[in-house]
Design a protein around this ligand. Structure first.
Ligand code: NAP
Length: 401
């Protein structure tokens, strides 16, 4: 039958826009995700956005992207956010339960970019309804790894790693032949104090610690990179995502951050993913997965870079990496305690209450004082997280100036 002109001119979208939610939309990863959404506006429909207290930016983002729901963690910000969005018809809510509600709404893809263990409950909500979860919030896996991965499997959720190292490994990891994989090699920039003597780090200020040589990130992860706790957290994250034991996850310092990580196979082949240090590349990989979309990331010019350097990590100058490995080997709740103590200590350092070297000292002290248990439920994780924070806070007070 012939097609009429009327039928031919009916506009049918090539694809239905993918529905997306961003948990932590006002942060570094959140804003870079929004940058990609804006560049591909017809491909995506935003369901919900969340922040903790940044009313100004969250309301701007909501006006731009017109989600159906926005949530702000800090209840005292509700009135200001509601007033800013009063003429938009966007539903506004506040408090931790509202963040979980945002995660529960029916978006196909959820960016988990809240910083710290505060992201665990909402990210689990997205997992439990079987969403595709782009996981930036590594602390979820550090504090609740086995339980979290069990929920991912039980609920048929798809977990796509956003961390550039894990995203790199994901791209070259042969999930069909896991037995042919010998080890994972996580690269690390080494942070701003890579070649500093241990004693010289004693007087480091927060502004020095957050000035990462290659990546522009939120304050907490920047401090974690400076202490190398970030790499320790990533070893634990890699263990849970790829099912490799601690002894099969190497760390290699690579100051240029060009090789984002590698997978080594039994035949001697080593597969790597490379790129310039721009989080929009791994975020785009998860956003378009299993397809790919264009990003504005600067293209890699190896000829101009000319030299790539590598060196082993120094766990004496950077004890946080050793502590994280010990927590992984200990198992049970040790990593939950490590993560909680680190969050308390980093916050105290950023508030200029303790020195830089005291971050790892407080984590070690806390790990020595809290009993490690098996974690049989997520409630166990929350209880232990609170107990470890209390111990770490006491340790912090002892050292605070
Ligand atoms: N930045 C990177 O390049 C990068 C790379 C790899 C992995 N990651 C991981 O991604 C996560 C986010 O990092 P980021 O650098 O984007 O952090 P960030 O810039 O500090 O942003 C954190 C986001 O979480 C929100 N938030 C903070 N505390 C919250 C709470 N208690 N309840 C609800 N929301 C809360 C913040 O809201 P407000 O703005 O209102 O405070 C903000 O939207 C971290 O786990 C980090 O390790 C980041």
């Amino acid at each position: 039958m012939a097609v009429t002109t009327e039928e031919r001119t009916v506009a049918v979208p090539a694809t239905v826009p993918k529905s997306v939610t961003i948990l932590g939309s006002t942060g570094s990863v959140g804003c870079q995700t929004i940058d990609l959404l804006q560049r591909n506006a017809s491909e995506y429909r935003v369901v919900a956005l969340t922040a903790n207290s940044n009313v100004e930016l969250l309301s701007e983002q909501a006006r731009l992207l017109r989600p159906q729901f926005v949530a702000i963690g800090d209840r005292s910000c509700y009135g200001a956010l509601k007033a800013k969005l009063s003429d938009t018809g966007i539903e506004v809510a506040a408090g931790p339960a509202a963040i979980e509600e945002a995660a529960s709404l029916n978006a196909e893809w959820v960016m988990a970019a809240i910083v710290g263990a505060a992201g665990l409950a909402p990210t689990l909500r997205a997992v439990q309804r079987g969403a595709v979860v782009a996981l930036a919030n590594k602390e979820c896996l550090v504090c609740a790894g086995d339980l979290f991965m069990r929920e991912v499997a039980r609920c048929n959720s798809t977990l796509l790693p956003v961390d550039s190292e894990h995203n790199a490994i994901y791209q070259v990891f042969d999930f069909e032949s896991v037995e042919a994989i010998e080890k994972l090699i996580l690269t690390a920039s080494g942070g701003p104090f890579r070649d500093w003597q241990h004693e010289d780090m004693r007087s480091v200020t927060p502004s020095q610690a957050v000035a990462h040589p290659n990546w522009d990130m939120g304050a907490k992860i920047s401090v974690d990179s400076a202490t190398m706790m970030n790499k320790g957290l990533e070893v634990i994250e890699a263990h849970h995502i790829f099912g490799m034991s601690d002894s099969r996850i190497d760390v290699l310092v690579h100051p240029q951050s060009v090789i984002h990580s590698m997978v080594s196979y039994v035949d001697g082949s080593v597969l790597a993913q490379l790129g310039t240090p721009d989080m929009r590349t791994p975020i785009a990989y998860t956003l378009a997965w299993p397809a790919r979309i264009e990003t504005p990331s600067e293209r890699l010019d190896l000829g101009a870079i000319a030299t790539l350097q590598f060196e082993p990590p120094d766990e004496t100058r950077f004890p946080a990496l050793r502590l994280a490995r010990e927590a992984l080997r200990t198992g049970g709740s040790a990593a939950t305690v490590l993560n909680a103590a680190n969050e308390v200590a980093v916050a105290a350092f950023l508030a200029e209450r303790i020195g830089f070297l005291e971050i790892a000292a407080i984590v070690e002290e806390t790990m020595g004082r809290v009993n490690f248990d098996q974690l049989s439920s997520i409630d166990d994780v929350f209880h232990l997280d609170t107990a470890a924070r209390n111990v770490a806070s006491v340790e912090t007070e002892k050292r605070a100036s």
